[in-house]
Design a protein around this ligand. Structure first.
Ligand code: PMP
Length: 365
């Protein structure tokens, strides 16, 4: 069975071995060096400045979102959320609970919000919205909000889409281990730039201790320096798996890895077009495809695809849930053209489409 949902994604054999070995102690020299190397690598993968601080904390992407909200907002702050779907709405709810005055700027399913000038203390944007497959132009967001702190939910984009934290003026970017980085689920990953770190230093209302940059930053710095340190026990097996996943990405280089996501996404879009499938997103991402069910077809297609050995995901956006399905295409699996052809064949076969072999032929290698 091939797991082709938009996360968790299939892990490479090396990452599986790293996750499956006996859990290391959190103060073992080997673990210190794996953790330190993962943190240093994150700065390169996020294209962050030397003055930025990476964080790796046990939890999922939702916890990484909470890290941003709790460390960068004081009650009463003015927040704008550019909403492309379910995950932007979640961010808005978190900001409201922290006491921010939240202005949500939405768009119809699959579209991007209009970028009128933004006057706010902080702006939240989902780079790739996993519920719709739509990608936002982060440089255009920065241009619309030149002053505000800019927080990017990159859960479905980091290591799969071009994202330049420093060059594009992004103050905080976050992801999770189970997406394009290609490790198992369970780690919240974030990088705070200098302006975000300074904002945290000026908070009037401290964050919950378990999420506080003030508690975690010295621990992350210690691990990066190779010295033992403790605030709360890290998820040691997962951190080791993360180190191997990032190291694998860096062996080819992050640019090559992103280029692979771009070229595979183009091949898959050609395959979907051959099968008569159209994307939900007006600006489709490289990391997943959200595809409308063709006329006369409904969610039963997902079970028929599964019978052919491939798991895809259903729709997620509440306004269109039953009318589309989603295929994740990120991480190691993109280096496996035979698997990708099988995925296209399973979908074409479930549709009973005569062009199935032609669609599979869109995948190179
Ligand atoms: N943001 C985006 C864009 C996501 O795709 C997801 C998960 N699919 C999340 C946030 C939340 O991540 P998690 O499920 O790991 O909590």
């Amino acid at each position: 069975m091939h797991l082709m949902i938009p996360g968790p994604v299939p892990c490479s054999p090396r990452v599986i071995a790293a996750a499956a070995a006996p859990p290391p102690g959190h103060l073992e020299p080997r673990f210190l060096s794996d953790f330190g190397s993962a943190l240093a690598s994150m700065r390169r993968v996020f294209r962050a400045s030397a003055a930025s601080q990476p964080f790796v904390i046990a939890g999922s992407g939702t916890l990484a979102m909470e890290l941003a909200v709790q460390n960068l907002i004081d009650p009463g702050d003015r927040a704008v959320v550019l909403s492309t779907g379910v995950f932007s709405e979640r961010m808005a709810e978190m900001a409201r609970r922290r006491g921010a005055r939240v202005d949500v700027r939405g768009a119809p399913v699959g579209a991007v919000p209009t970028l009128d000038p933004i006057d706010a203390d902080i702006v939240f944007v989902t780079h790739v919205d996993t519920s719709t497959g739509v990608r936002m132009d982060l440089q255009a967001v920065r241009a619309a909000a030149p002053e505000a702190l800019l927080v990017v939910d990159g859960v479905c984009s980091v290591a799969g889409e071009v994202l330049e934290m420093e060059a594009w003026g992004i103050d905080f970017a976050l992801t999770a281990s189970q997406k394009a980085i290609g490790a198992p689920p369970g780690l919240a990953l974030a990088v705070a730039g200098p302006r975000a770190l300074a904002r945290h230093g000026l908070l009037h209302v401290p964050p919950p201790l378990s999420l506080d940059f003030g508690a975690w930053a010295p621990i992350m710095r210690a691990y990066e320096a190779g010295s033992p340190s403790y605030f709360a026990t890290p998820a040691t097996s997962l951190v080791r798996a993360l180190h191997h996943a990032l190291d694998e990405i860096e062996q080819d280089g992050i640019d090559a890895r992103i280029a692979l996501h771009t070229s595979r996404a183009a091949e898959l879009r050609a395959a979907w077009a051959t099968l008569g499938l159209t994307p939900v997103a007006t600006v489709p991402a490289n990391t997943l495809s959200a595809l409308w069910f063709p006329d006369g077809v409904g969610p039963e297609l997902i079970a028929a695809i599964r019978e052919r050995g491939v798991t895809v995901a259903g729709g997620l956006h509440p306004d269109a849930k039953a009318r589309y399905f989603r295929v994740g295409h990120m991480g190691w699996v993109l280096t496996q053209p035979d698997i990708l052809r099988d995925v296209v064949r399973a979908i074409g076969g479930a549709l009973g489409h005569p062009g199935t072999e032609a669609a599979a032929g869109c995948i190179s290698g």
